[in-house]
Design a protein around this ligand. Structure first.
Ligand code: IPM
Ligand code: MG
Length: 391
């Protein structure tokens, strides 16, 4: 049997980034060993670590390595060491160079609630029943990429400004991706904007209406972001796919992580248009940041990163069965009572010794030990080739 080889660029980054990425790599390597593929890791120093090593958040040659890989797997970047508001280089630039430079416009952030984690969320259990959302965050436009000015003066006072640009094409492609995704799920799309204030949101709404005509089977609604933020807590199970611009998606996804029990739970895939030999090129990272207060203590929750690895297998390597195997193993580890400290904190069962609090590494090991390669209990639909591989 020939062993399939994949090239994955690994960017550990800063804070807990290296620890959670180690955990994720450990799981992917184990899956490869069992399923008969090998990963050639190309490690890249970027973020604050890149600033320290090279004076840049990410070097151009490293962006090229990422662009030529089958996928990019990233921990987290940033930290107080590089937080000087007057600094000209910032760790987060590595993210923007990759997201923008590799045109990774569709950022998928799935949010579901493991039944065994209902008590880790501050919400009432009945609100969490049936929660299964994918937030599709536009990732290459808006405030993150608009022109900004810092250190200016207006009538003798300090001033600054940011701008929020969007083009028709940028909106159209991400909205289309979200409709395609919704079509393969419960066929409900919520487009979130602030059309009562923002010009870009009014354009966004028009384009959603236009794209919707290509998806007659999908029910869609517009919601203003403030109301959507409230509904996400009040009636989270009413959402299927949410599509929104960059900043709104950033904020709503942290909010949604409360449903899942911890910010550490949520994975993400950032997809563009480039096809690789095996699937769609993408960058995979947990939605959480570098959590400097936890760094180096083996306490970070690696689940968001491990589940990002599952998304990597599914989207970039076309390995659905192996992706499902990881998701199943994470579920079983949680069902068996294993928790990182963030998940145990608010769960009353941790008092009674029903839960076992473990570190980052031990949790990854627990997942590895629970990998089984039976067909998934709820098989997901096969990728639709015509659907730009967004599912
Ligand atoms: C995220 C993060 C980043 C973002 C930060 C680290 C710049 O919060 O991926 O959600 O705002 O996009
Ligand atoms: Mg964020």
């Amino acid at each position: 049997m020939t062993v399939e080889r994949y090239r994955i660029a690994a960017i550990p980054g800063d804070g807990v980034g290296p620890e959670v990425l180690d955990a994720g790599r450990r799981v992917l390597d184990a899956v490869g060993g069992r399923a008969g593929f090998a990963i050639q890791w190309q490690e890249i120093v970027a973020g604050g670590a890149g600033i320290d090593a090279y004076g840049a958040a990410i070097r151009e040659e490293d962006v090229t390595v990422c662009a030529e890989a089958d996928a990019v797997y990233l921990g987290a970047v940033g930290g107080p060491k590089w937080d000087d508001p007057d600094a000209s280089v910032r760790p987060e630039q590595a993210l923007f160079v990759l997201r923008g430079g590799l045109d990774l416009y569709a950022n998928l952030r799935p949010v579901s609630v493991e039944p065994s984690l209902v008590r880790s969320s501050p919400l009432r259990p009945e609100l969490l029943e049936g929660v299964d959302i994918v937030i599709v965050r536009e990732l290459t436009g808006g405030l993150y990429f608009g022109q900004r000015q810092e250190g200016s003066q207006e009538r003798g006072a300090r001033a600054a400004h940011d701008t929020l640009p969007y083009t028709e094409q940028q909106i159209e492609r991400v909205v289309r991706a979200a409709f395609e995704l919704a079509r393969g799920r419960r066929r409900q799309l919520t487009s979130v904007d602030k059309a009562n204030v923002l010009a870009t949101s009014r354009l966004w709404r028009k384009i959603v209406e236009e794209v919707a005509t290509d998806f007659p089977g999908v029910t869609f609604e517009h919601r203003l972001v403030d109301a959507a933020a409230m509904m996400l807590i009040k009636r989270p199970a009413s959402f299927d796919v949410i599509v929104t611009e960059n900043v709104f998606g950033d904020i709503l996804s942290d909010e949604a992580s409360v449903l899942a029990g911890s910010l550490g739970m949520l994975p993400s895939a950032s997809l563009g248009t480039r096809r690789t030999a095996h699937g769609t090129f993408g960058l995979y990272e947990p939605i959480h940041g570098s959590a400097p207060h936890l760094a180096g203590q083996d306490r970070a929750n690696p689940i968001g990163t491990i589940l990002s690895g599952a998304m990597l297998l599914r989207w970039s390597l076309g390995r659905e069965a192996e992706a499902a195997a990881i998701e199943g193993a994470v579920r079983r580890a949680l069902e068996d009572g294993l928790r990182t400290s963030d998940l145990a904190r608010d769960d009353p069962r941790s008092e009674g010794g029903e839960l076992q609090v473990v570190g980052t590494r031990a949790f990854a090991e627990a997942v590895v030990h629970r990998l089984t390669f039976e067909p998934p209990r709820h098989p997901t639909a096969a990728p639709q080739p015509e659907a730009e591989a967004i599912r």
